[in-house]
Design a protein around this ligand. Sequence first.
Ligand code: KPL
Length: 297
Amino acid sequence: MNIVIVGPGAVGSLWACKLHQAGHSVSLWGTQTSQQWKLAIDDLPETVFAYNQQQDLINADLLLVTVKAWQVKAALTPLLRDISKDAILLFMHNGMGAVDEIAELISAYPTVIATTTHGALKTCAHHVKHTGVGQTQLGAYNSKGEQCTFLVDVFNHALPSVSWNPDIQHALWNKLAINCAINPLTAIHQCLNGTLAEERFRPTLNAIIGELVAVMKSEQIPVEQNQLITTVNNVIQATSTNKSSMHQDIFYHRQTEIDFITGYLVRKAQQHNINVPTNIELYKQIKLLEQNGKHHD
Ligand code: KPL
């Protein structure tokens, strides 16, 4: 396939290298002025990718959009005039609500949403490390997206395991719940994910999860409070030495994904008239930390 990766950060670079190794024609699109970009994964030699080539956009069968949720609209809008209406748009980012913001703009394109638990780290501009083997779920965002189940084979061949989830909103909500629980607290306390296992965080974590469960139920997402507490605890254990993405964004004075994580939950809660005071408080604290730091992006 002719694939353009829009936003070759850590996750985008991981997929760029893996899809290239699987034999696809992969091109990158980003904010640099260069026409080529070298990328290496783990201990393998560098590959030279075409970069910001308009002809590659025109020929694209698939755009894999891996920019952060808050960058989706600005990154994709200028590209739409060049891409074929048959090109598939595949979005992969933390958080929810970013694709909804551009739903009308992209309604003609087959659109797919993905969530992944692979770990990736950009060690420098030209090197990506695959830090944790995970799973990827794909699901349709619109009716044309439902015709794209073949992407499971394409992606599975490049970086297993990949599955098609007809209830992708359930998977996205579950990932959102994990991020609502872990990201703001680790960012505010500038602590490792594992620190949240300490007893002092238990009441706040339980309150966050209780509010999440109420909103998820109103959104018709099947969820059970004790099950969600166990899932969050498991992720805290499994990623105990990680600095969460929001922890790092606050540390480096970058814009965070809060509007598409806790912010999304709060907006949905308001629509359902559900009180979510703990999450609102965390949202406000992150917004304050964001404002106090100078954005580098
Ligand atoms: O997705 C994550 C993030 O940091 O954004 C978790 C699962 C919390 C791992 O750090």
